[in-house]
Every structure is written in structure tokens, then in C-alpha cells.
Design a protein around this ligand. Structure first.
Ligand code: GLP
Length: 271
């Protein structure tokens, strides 16, 4: 596992966007072999999306041969609702880049049969050849996608009921009204994320510091589902200084030194 510590959340956005760009360019995708990205929503990845849009508009990066799979979607929220993850993705990324709409996969939280919808999503990931790079954020309680504390660490895409903490955290997107936040979501499972060839998790802000501590310094624990990534052979956490507040000084120092030594060799195209 790698931990990349940047000064600010803006630096996290730029670094992660450069990382995505490097991975896509290295893969040289074409009509026979698409690059497959797993994508998150939330406040944290917004800056990364902004940077990716800039790169695409500048002609430095193309999404023509990229397929995407989003992590999650609320159940029962209209697809056109401004807070649906469909709306979020189109507003923040897809409508600004050259991706073909057929290559965008977002779970349908209004599907008649939600179980079939989830199983079909897993099948589509397999048909696409698996996910090359899964990008995620985390909740303050260490959940990834909507894999709430206590979720199975071998779970696949399914329906989840949101816990109180997530509803409170996400109520900021619904005018602060907890009663307006959907109580269920469709989400990829922890195992779906672990199955990706590479995983990158973005963590910013002091309110995520405890979750980062669990992710890096504690053992695998289904109450902090992000800790499952300790079992992934290629996981990178990208955080800002604020998120490191609960880490030991020696942990921070170790990863900062490592970064100076190895960054260029591990991510050769990264500026
Ligand atoms: C939601 C999403 C997660 C996301 C988390 C954190 O719960 N299901 O995928 O990581 O929010 O969001 P934010 O980046 O806004 O803190």
C-alpha cells in the first residue's frame, strides 16, 4: 500500500488527475482494448474531475476508449434529481469530456428489480475485462462506496441501507434535511473494489483523519470497510495534510520519504 501526502486538497486533486492521465496514456487504449475506470461521487473527487476536464479540453487526454463504472447510486431518487449520482457525474465530468455515453455505467436506483440490476452490473464489469483503476473516497466512518460499517468484506454489488452517520454526512447535499436523504443505495461491494487491478482512494480534511488512521495503521476490520484495501496488491491512498492528523509522526515521515525516493519510478509519467 502507498500513502501519498500532499499539502492541500487542491494538490490532491491535481496529483490524482495526473495519475489517472498517466494510467490512461500508458495503457494506450483503442477500440479493441478499452481502459476501464471505477469512479466515485462526493465532494472529494470534484477537484480531480475539474482537472481531468481541463486536460481533456486541452487535448492532453481522451476518454474515447475509456469505459466507466460508478460506485453507487441512491435508491428511489429520480435520475434527474440534482443530487442523484447520475446528475453529479454528468454535471461534473461526462458532459465536458469526449466519452461515449454507451461507455458510461451507473447503477439504476429506480430499476424494477434491484437485485437483477446489481447482478447485471457485476456482469458488465466482467464483460468489460475488469476494472483497471478504481477511484474512491471514504466516509468519515471509513466506508467505501456505500459499504457501511459491518459490511461483508467479500461483498459484491447489492442494495444497502444507509446508516445514520452517512445520512447525516450526506444531508449537506439535501439542504441539511436528513429526511430528504434516501435511506437505501445500490453499491459495488468491497470485493468488487478489491477485484480492480489498481485502487486509488482520495481522503481530504481533518474529519477523515480517524478513518485514515484506521485505513493505514490498524488491522483489517469490517467496521472500517476501507481497511480491506490492506489486502490489495496495488492500492494508493492520496491525502492532504489535514487528513494525517491522527497518524503517527513516524508513519507520516516514512511515507513522505518513500514518496521522494520512489514517486518517479512508480508513476513515470507523473509530473
Ligand atoms: C458517500 C459516497 C462515497 C463517498 C463518501 C464521501 O457516502 N457513497 O462514495 O466516498 O460519500 O463523500 P465526500 O467526498 O463528499 O466526503
Amino acid at each position: 500500500m502507498r500513502l501519498v501526502i500532499k499539502d492541500t486538497s487542491d494538490d490532491v486533486s491535481l496529483w490524482s488527475a495526473l495519475y489517472v492521465k498517466a494510467r490512461i496514456l500508458e495503457a494506450k487504449p483503442d477500440h479493441r482494448k478499452y481502459f476501464v475506470l471505477g469512479l466515485p461521487t462526493g465532494g472529494t473527487p470534484k477537484g480531480m474531475y475539474l482537472e481531468l476536464v481541463k486536460m481533456c479540453k486541452a487535448g492532453e487526454l481522451s476518454f474515447k476508449y475509456v469505459k466507466t463504472f460508478n460506485m453507487d447510486e441512491y435508491v428511489g431518487l429520480d435520475r434527474d434529481h440534482p443530487e442523484s449520482y447520475h446528475s453529479f457525474m454528468w454535471e461534473n465530468l461526462f458532459k465536458h469530456i469526449d466519452i461515449h455515453p454507451d461507455n458510461v455505467n451507473i447503477l439504476d436506483g429506480n430499476a424494477e428489480n434491484l437485485v437483477e440490476e446489481c447482478n447485471g452490473f457485476e456482469k458488465k464489469i466482467v464483460e468489460a475485462g475488469g476494472i483497471d483503476l478504481f477511484i474512491g473516497g471514504i466516509g468519515p466512518d471509513g466506508h467505501i462506496a456505500f459499504n457501511e460499517p459491518g459490511s461483508s468484506l467479500v461483498s459484491k454489488t447489492r442494495v444497502k441501507t444507509l446508516n445514520k452517520e452517512t445520512i447525516v454526512a450526506n444531508s449537506r447535499f439535501f439542504g441539511g434535511r436528513e429526511c430528504d436523504v434516501p435511506t437505501q443505495a445500490l453499491t459495488v461491494g468491497v470485493q468488487t473494489i478489491l477485484d480492480a487491478r489498481e485502487v486509488m482512494i482520495l481522503i481530504t480534511g481533518s474529519h477523515k483523519a480517524l478513518a485514515l488512521h484506521y485505513a493505514i495503521e490498524e488491522g483489517i476490520n469490517h467496521m472500517w470497510t476501507v481497511t480491506a484495501l490492506q489486502q490489495h496488491p496495488k492500492a494508493v491512498f492520496v491525502c492532504d495534510e489535514d487528513a494525517t492528523l491522527e497518524l503517527k509522526v513516524k508513519t507520516v515521515k516514512y511515507f513522505k520519504d518513500l514518496m521522494t525516493l520512489h514517486d518517479k519510478s512508480i508513476t513515470p509519467n507523473l509530473g
